[in-house]
Design a protein around this ligand. Structure first.
Ligand code: PEP
Ligand code: MN
Length: 263
């Protein structure tokens, strides 16, 4: 079902007035985690002003250490929904477990499946039953074939709205947090009709590397970007080092419009 041989035209996913997978390039931006109301509101205002269409932000956080900040749960979802509505943005947030789907349904427009859950087949099957798009991140060590098979789990359940997200893979290189696989964009475009967005924030782990990789992704044909932006990255509770300052993000958006005028 994910294959071009099944469907030759590109899939375009509609969320209200937003179209993902068409001629436009959609930018989703916001903090790694919702931390407090002021942080979410100020970051949402900044990304909207710069031209983002979707607010990103985590309420359930898959942290490597159980002692790191785990997210605010439903309180965080409330803040994110308020921030998105206040600035006319759609909202994408990560679902870590199938038992969170019912709760999250009242808040999100797009369910994000994190890299660590790409092969949580129970979760993928449950997301096959929902009527909202699923943004499926590539697993940390997943091949493109495995990633497309994970998309297949959601599609086979009856949910046709899957957005793939390349977020970097683990290689021997340690300078960057992950190695962003730009080549996945043309490969996925050839193999599948599904839209693909790119996350250069987790893909590099360093905010000064986000803009060049974002430009590269759009030039290579990505349908969108998922970018971490924080109103005060130096004091962020997660992923501060890769979170852009609002001014930096605004400059990037202007640069991206040169490559893809429809941003
Ligand atoms: C995130 O988007 O904040 C996140 C945890 O991403 P990933 O699953 O790609 O690590
Ligand atoms: Mn993050």
């Amino acid at each position: 079902l994910a294959s071009r041989t099944f469907r030759s035209e590109d899939t375009v996913i509609t969320i209200g007035d937003l179209r993902i997978g068409g001629d436009e390039v959609i930018v989703m931006a916001g903090p790694c985690s919702a931390e407090n109301e002021a942080q979410v509101l100020s970051t949402a205002a900044a990304v909207r002003r710069a031209g983002a269409k979707v607010l990103r932000g985590g309420a359930f956080k898959p942290r490597s250490s159980p002692y790191s900040f785990q997210g605010l749960g439903e309180e965080g979802l409330k803040m994110l929904r308020t921030g998105a509505d206040a600035h006319n943005l759609k909202l994408v947030s990560e679902v870590m477990d199938a038992n969170q789907i019912a709760l999250m349904d009242g808040y999100v427009d797009i369910y994000q499946v994190g890299a660590r859950n790409m092969q949580n087949f129970t979760l993928l099957r449950e997301l096959g039953k929902v009527r909202k798009p699923v943004l499926l991140k590539r697993g940390i060590s997943a091949t493109i074939e495995e990633w497309l098979l994970s998309a297949e789990y959601v599609l086979a359940g009856g949910n046709t709205d899957v957005i793939l997200c390349e977020r970097g893979i683990r290689t021997f290189e340690s300078y960057t947090r992950n190695t962003l696989d730009i080549s996945a964009i043309p490969v996925v475009k050839k193999l599948s009709h599904l839209p693909i967005v790119v996350d250069p924030s987790h893909g590099t782990g360093r905010r000064d590397k986000v803009a060049p990789m974002a430009r590269a992704a759009v030039a290579a044909g990505a349908d969108g970007l998922l970018i971490e932006v924080h109103c005060d990255p130096d004091n962020a509770m997660s992923d501060g080092a890769q979170s852009m300052y609002p001014g930096q993000f605004e400059r990037l958006m202007a640069e991206l419009r040169i490559i893809a005028p429809a941003i």
